[in-house]
Write a protein that binds this ligand. Structure first.
Ligand code: 13P
Ligand code: SF4
Length: 336
């Protein structure tokens, strides 16, 4: 493939959200990406739900909190975010002077989409004496309307950091919200949003797996529905699930979250068996269609042309930064 000029590359990104270019199948993309990291002083941050090749080429793989913390601390000039849009946007909010790249701008999130800013603003106005805690899986507009951001690994501590009589709106994930209501005993007002991936796990199929693997531990992400969480032996963020799988003596695990995480579980515990929980459709495992929009080819092209880039309005960025800073401060206080 002949190289294209930057003007044509920008047009391609505008048209499709990514660089729709053929990549020479003879190229060793792992090598090329490593070379570009050094030449450009770039860091590749990847979420556990990315495809295995992307995880293998990443400098850091983590959950949403770990990725935000890493993005805040990095001294790289370019942050290449292998994840979804709200994650790359969070990195940009924390690093206004760095170039933040996302291999496919259309890698969105059904949970973030379930909170449209205008409707959420009205909802907030109906509860004027409430503070807003928003899960990091939301747009910058929702972050700007929030008091504190949380992730699944610090949500309990964030809720408990507020005075017991403080009224709280929790958005946008109703499943994580009701899990937290139970965990903390706080009666929060919940926004009615959910993740399309975690909402479709089949309890019936999980229980059938449990019959066939009676010794297996069921481990689940708190974005799952309540009836699924009820049967879980452990509930946690992706990093929490990975750590549990490493530390628990069980030899088999039924993993109720997006399947990308199985790559690290299998790598760090090759002697254990990880069974992906099936969704309520014909599939045997559950992939996030947004996360899986990124490919190694798109990652390579994005580093080569330094496109697509996350751009943000500065006023919005500053407003969205405050609740993220509060989250990072509280997390540091709890040693998270
Ligand atoms: P964590 O990795 O923070 O647990 O979040 C899961 C998720 O759904 C990210 O989109
Ligand atoms: Fe969003 Fe769910 Fe995909 Fe995570 S798994 S990016 S919450 S749609």
């Amino acid at each position: 493939m002949a190289d294209i000029n930057i003007g044509v590359a920008k047009e391609k990104v505008e048209a499709k959200g990514f660089l729709d270019l053929e990549v020479d199948p003879q190229l060793d993309l792992f090598n090329e990406i490593e070379k570009m990291k050094k030449e450009k002083n770039a860091i590749v941050l990847a979420h556990y739900y990315q495809e295995a090749d992307i995880q293998d080429v990443a400098d850091y793989i983590g959950d949403s909190l770990g990725l935000a913390q890493k993005a805040e601390k990095t001294d790289a000039d370019i942050i290449v975010f292998a994840g979804v849009h709200f994650m790359a946007e969070t990195a940009k909010i924390l690093n206004p002077h760095k170039k933040v790249l996302l291999p496919d701008l259309k890698a969105g999130c059904s949970l973030a989409d379930s909170a449209p800013p205008a409707a959420f603003k009205k909802f907030k106005e109906q509860h004027p004496d409430h503070l807003v805690i928003s899960y990091i899986n939301c747009t910058a507009d929702i972050k700007a309307l929030s008091d504190i951001i949380c992730t699944s690994s610090n949500a309990k501590q964030i809720v408990e950091s507020l005075p017991p009589d403080q009224k709280i709106i929790f958005a946008p994930d109703k499943n994580l919200g009701s899990y937290l209501v139970k965990k903390t005993g706080r009666d929060m007002v919940l926004w009615d949003g959910a993740c399309m991936v975690h909402e479709i796990f089949s309890l019936e199929k999980i229980m059938k797996l449990k019959v066939r693997h009676p010794e297996a531990k069921i481990i689940a992400h708190p974005e799952c529905e309540e009836h699924v969480l009820k049967v879980a032996d452990y509930i946690g963020s992706t990093t929490g699930l990975l750590k549990f799988s490493q530390e628990d003596p069980a030899k088999e695990f039924i993993v109720v979250t997006e399947t990308g995480i199985l790559h690290q579980m299998q790598k760090s515990s090759p002697d254990k068996t990880f069974i992906p929980a099936p969704p309520d459709n014909g599939c045997a495992c559950n992939d996030c269609p947004h996360m899986k929009l990124n490919t190694l080819e798109k990652l390579y092209l994005c580093m080569k042309y330094e496109l697509p880039e996350i751009k943000m309005d500065e006023t919005l960025r500053q407003a969205a930064r405050k609740p993220i800073d509060r989250m990072l401060e509280i997390s540091a206080r709890y040693g998270l």
